[in-house]
Design a protein around this ligand. Structure first.
Ligand code: EPZ
Length: 421
């Protein structure tokens, strides 16, 4: 397992290009199952989660080539419709194959994902949506068995605007007979990217960028080309790397409207931002970071996937801030590790109180999940002396060559490969 060794205290400066969005790719790739032709997904990030999805799709019989950030996927010869426990347990997004397999083949056998580092993550909304579309759903030995001769359009209302359930139902409804309405759909940019791709495949989806989607089912979908959007969470993470080190950096590729809630909070915290269509620049030189409260919310609110990174910044702010996660009620695995760096954080249920300290001191810290590992890297960049972030395989799930990007911005960071940690 690899670790990062970071010599902190250096101001970051320079320019960096943001990679494609993990959470867009993990929806676009299973959507290719809907067509018996070849699709091309450009700007696909080189991530462990992308390789996990490639493994799952290949096991279904999909032909895949991945080269130079371009994925060519051909789902003409699907040999089975089973998503096994071993793969789904590793990556919850595997559940995205349920909708496409069910609507195209009338059958899908998908393992329940089980819990993850920060507690249960149910898929009841996915299953209720499939049932509304006419599927017969049963549970056998930890697997969801879904059957339907032909799905039929329905009116579906989500209690919470689940990203995954919205994506799954969108894909299932696109080949259903008749029209489907999804009320309270997720509006994350990754869902918009999925709708763009589905419509290019021949689907008839209206309401893009809104929480009310209408899908008119069609008989067939065809391979298409789609560009994966840039990763707004990577962009936000890199911008906070600039802010926490009091540096000045520019990130290229991300759409600023995909992370405006984060940019607004960075400005509230005292950072100077320069935003245009090409880049987002954060300048935190000679400022003292203000303590700013954050409550996570669905898009366009402050993303839960930026909660840990914001906490890292707030550990060095000038007062007390409250960070509340309303999406996941116990996504604070990074807090105890930050205490090891000298941070002053107390967590109660889904609220963290962060008292800014003058400085953080380097230490060995353990990653517990993807965004937690990113937040520990950020803290290490600002901490005095050396920080070792262990088990960065978590980070490699969702960030392409993070250490290379940070090095180009002037960080003193090395990846050390080994098994003893
Ligand atoms: C997506 O997960 C992202 N993953 C997550 O990013 C992200 O944190 C999450 O959306 C919220 O934005 C991918 O896109 C691959 P949800 P997803 O369904 O779809 C509850 C990262 O770090 N819920 O929107 O699983 C659920 O418990 C990852 O990149 C149900 O109750 O999230 C949670 O409280 C982590 N029943 C809330 O909805 C359901 O059937 C949001 O979940 C589904 C969800």
């Amino acid at each position: 397992m690899d670790k990062f060794v970071i010599k902190g205290g250096r101001k970051l400066s320079g320019e960096v290009k943001v990679s494609g969005a993990k959470n867009a790719s993990l929806a676009l790739m299973p959507a290719a199952l809907l067509a018996d032709g070849e699709s091309t997904l450009t700007n696909t990030p080189v991530l462990n989660d992308v390789y996990s999805m490639i493994k799952l799709l290949s096991q279904l019989g999909v032909e895949i080539k991945f080269d130079n950030h371009v994925l060519n996927i051909n789902a003409s010869n699907i040999t089975n419709q089973i998503a096994p426990y071993e793969l789904v347990k590793k990556m919850r997004a595997s559940v995205y194959v349920l909708g496409p397999l069910l609507t195209r083949f009338g059958f899908a056998k998908v393992s329940l994902p089980g819990g993850c580092a920060w507690g249960p993550r149910p898929i009841n909304l996915h299953l209720e949506g499939m049932k509304k579309l006419g599927a017969e759903i049963s549970l056998e030995e930890g697997y969801i068995i879904a059957k339907a001769k032909k799905l039929t359009g329905a009116k579906i209302n989500f209690d919470v605007p689940s990203v995954g359930a919205t994506g799954n139902v969108l894909m299932a409804a696109s080949l259903a007979k008749g029209t489907t309405l999804i009320n309270n759909a997720a509006m994350e940019p990754e869902i918009t990217n999925l709708i763009q791709y589905l419509n290019k495949m021949g689907a008839r989806i209206s309401g893009i960028n809104s929480s009310i989607l209408e899908i008119e089912g069609v008989d067939n979908l065809y391979g298409a080309e789609v560009e994966t959007i840039c990763d707004r969470i990577e962009a936000g993470t890199l911008l906070i790397a600039g802010a926490i080190t009091k540096g000045k950096i520019k990130v290229f590729g991300a759409d600023y409207l995909h992370l405006y809630s984060v940019l607004a909070k960075l400005e509230d915290a005292g950072c100077k931002l320069h935003i245009n269509k090409e880049f987002i620049e954060v300048d935190a030189s000679n400022i003292s970071i203000k303590s700013i409260d954050v409550t996570t919310n669905v898009f366009p609110g402050f993303p839960t996937d930026m909660q840990a990174q914001w906490m890292a910044l707030m550990t060095l702010a000038d007062g007390v801030s409250i960070i509340q996660d309303t999406i996941y009620l116990d996504r604070f695995g990074h807090a105890p590790e930050m205490l090891r760096l000298g941070a002053d954080i107390s967590v109660h249920e889904n609220r963290a109180t962060v008292k800014g300290v003058k400085k953080l001191m380097g230490a060995k810290v353990m990653s517990t999940d993807l965004r937690a590992s990113a937040s520990l890297v950020l803290a290490g960049l600002a901490a005095e002396s050396t920080t070792e972030v262990l088990r960065v395989y978590h980070l490699d799930r969702g960030y392409e060559k993070m250490e290379v990007k940070l090095k180009t911005l002037g960080a003193d960071i090395e990846r050390v490969t080994g098994s003893e940690f």
